[in-house]
Write a protein that binds this ligand. Sequence first.
Ligand code: ARG
Length: 459
Amino acid sequence: MSNDKTWSGRFNEPVSELVKKYTGSIDFDKRLAKWDIQGSLAHAQMLCEAGVLSQDDLAAIRQGMAEIIAEIEAGKVAWSLDLEDVHMNIERRLTDKIGDAGKRLHTGRSRNDQVATDIRLWLRDQISYIQGLIQNLQTALVDLAEQNADVVMPGFTHLQVAQPVSFGHHMLAYVEMLGRDFERMADCRGRVNRMPLGAAALAGTTYPIQRETTAKLLGFEQICQNSLDAVSDRDFAIEFTAAASLIMVHLSRLSEELILWMSPRFGFIDIADRFCTGSSIMPQKKNPDVPELVRGKSGRIIGHLTGLIMLMKSQPLAYNKDNQEDKEPLFDTADTLIDTLRIYADMMRGVTVKPENMRSAVMQGFATATDLADYLVKKGMPFRDSHEVVAKAVRHADEAGVDLSELPLEVLQGFSDLVSEDVYTVLTPEGSLNARNHLGGTAPEQVRFQVKRWRRLLA
Ligand code: ARG
């Protein structure tokens, strides 16, 4: 009978074409080839050092793998569904090239510890790349913050005008979120960077393996300490997808704001044409497609998180074929996140800020009402009373169709005799910003302080 399958010896009939397609993973796991070979080379070297594999076999394996890498890079490998997955495709290619030495590579190893190792090696690289992209996006936002430290915009709560804030301060809020996202990725990377290899199928192996040697060769910081756990858990993949989901949620929130701000009703910003598209029917349209898609794709990543958790939740120990389903969501999470972070940094560098429109929006929502209340408190009025006094003043200004800062002094004094000429310094948006000059506050001086802090952290 055909020897297509590495495990074909005990079967009386080959699997059907449908089953082959259903159980095969080569279509998507072939992208692990580079990491699979990296793992195999380290395993072979360790076997040789342990006296399990001869020097000649090791040399042949190295030579064969070098050729396979060149073939993959040249796009010359014909991946075969008959060989199920990337691991068996590569092993077969190696054996075709070097004969028995190729068949000895899998000594003391199982695809179960092999695949867990491959994914961890792959994910470790993706996380490092993602960390750099997060910092690149942070830098773009810090640049915007620096350029716009003095630009006042309405800060919102409940999407109603609340208090004036610096646009730079608003940008730095996202820099903080991304800073925590970076920490989460770093933290997750530490748990990804542990080596399952040596667990074999589930119980370990009878060969005198040196797991420390393999771990060192592969740059793993730690070794999985329980063979059953090593082959079966994918919590590291769930953790990564959770961290990715949070990044996408942060960027989805920023996207929602960019979309609102670009609407003519706000008119706070413009997004460069290269990130927008037109409408096939409405000639006037310029649509913020990129932020809209980021908002949409965040749902997709959160879906992957849900999928991976569901994948894990009912599996008995140890390895189950269910785990093959970890790859597509994981790959798509990394790909989508990487594309999103890259495009986002470019897009933020192409944002035009419209300070006049932001300022006129501040002037329309009585954004300095709290400042007037604080002013009265500082002159001796209890806060609850000043809140009431200012509410009356706001009602008056609203009926007159003007901002609080546009009410004449006599009118303001009609609400409280504690008001004097100096009230106007707190009623302007700029006065309101400058007054919040403490750590974490929105005063331009604080924004510049945070810009410096982030430049240091990102250096
Ligand atoms: N292709 C499998 C996966 O992605 C790897 C090997 C599974 N091992 C097994 N005995 N079926 O998880």
